[in-house]
Design a protein around this ligand. Structure first.
Ligand code: ZN
Length: 282
């Protein structure tokens, strides 16, 4: 079965990982900009990163016949630095027309501070001004509930924002309902140690249904598994879920969301073929 990896930091992964993902059915990867594991020293460092995301990674993915799309921003962990954020925000627009850029992300809150909220709002305004999709990171552990709630409240104050053009990621049992009820797309990130396991993700699908829910490996430089989505597919099959339900979660929902960018297409399948296959399955 084909799937779309909705959240993967491939700059931290090897070309072998792209190949393994392709062999497991991955046809597209969506890569948000994120924290490198250490704070960058200047806005120039972000520009080099944006070039890597828009020039180098699409070519590397294409070697495995994977379509690579990306999201640009200054990430939540560095959002506290308002001076750096202003400088980076000035430099993002010139990359937005590049063929694989589908939106602004992953933006959001880390420690839920006043400065982080201001940086989040600046990014959302840029996305609204330039008609970009938005990908939101939510904080981990003890800040998860409060951070998600404050994020949603802020988004709802932004004039002209349409909830179905925003994906709020890293949802868990205590946050998924408030995200879906507010009309946003959401995502479960499947990590081996922290965050959500495949079993917990399937439990949530069973409880909340399949509308506007996506899953991803969120693989990066830390402990993570690039083929976590196919592992979730196995767990869904083991529990007796139909191929249609699995396909909706791992392929159709991310496809529907990404198509709103106006730039998403699939190599080999062609976007029309993908849409026909959705029509045939529903
Ligand atoms: Zn991420």
């Amino acid at each position: 079965m084909y799937y779309i990896e909705m959240h993967a930091h491939m700059v931290s992964r090897t070309t072998d990982d792209y190949r393994d993902m392709a062999m497991a059915g991955c046809v597209a990867v969506s890569e948000p900009a994120f924290w490198a594991g250490w704070d960058r020293s200047s806005a120039d460092g972000f520009e080099d990163y944006f070039r890597q995301l828009t020039e180098f990674e699409p070519k590397r993915a294409a070697q495995a016949s994977i379509r690579h799309v990306t999201w640009l921003c200054l990430n939540p962990k560095e959002g506290e630095d308002r001076t750096l954020a202003a400088e980076v925000l000035k430099r993002i627009p010139k990359y937005l027309d590049r063929p694989n850029v589908v939106g602004i992300g992953e933006i959001g809150l880390n420690r839920v501070t006043r400065n982080e909220i201001a940086t989040l709002n600046d990014h959302v305004q840029l996305a609204l001004n330039s008609n970009q999709l938005i990908l939101i990171h939510t904080p981990h552990l003890e800040d998860k509930y409060k951070g998600t709630r404050v994020t949603i409240e802020n988004l709802q104050k932004m004039k002209g924002l349409r909830a179905n053009r925003v994906l709020i990621d890293h949802a868990e049992e205590h946050t998924v309902n408030m995200i879906l009820e507010a009309g946003f797309y959401t995502g479960f990130t499947l990590y081996p140690n922290t965050k959500v396991s495949a079993a917990r993700a399937v439990d949530m699908v069973e409880k909340y249904g399949t509308e506007r829910i996506t899953v991803s490996s969120a693989c990066d430089w830390g402990p993570s598994v690039p083929t976590a989505v196919p592992q979730l597919m196995l767990e869904m099959r083991r529990r007796g879920h139909s191929e249609e339900i699995i396909r909706k979660i791992v392929f159709e929902n991310p496809l529907e969301f990404l198509l709103q960018s106006g730039k998403f297409e699939l190599p080999r399948l062609g976007i029309q073929a993908a849409l026909r296959s959705i029509a045939a399955a529903t």
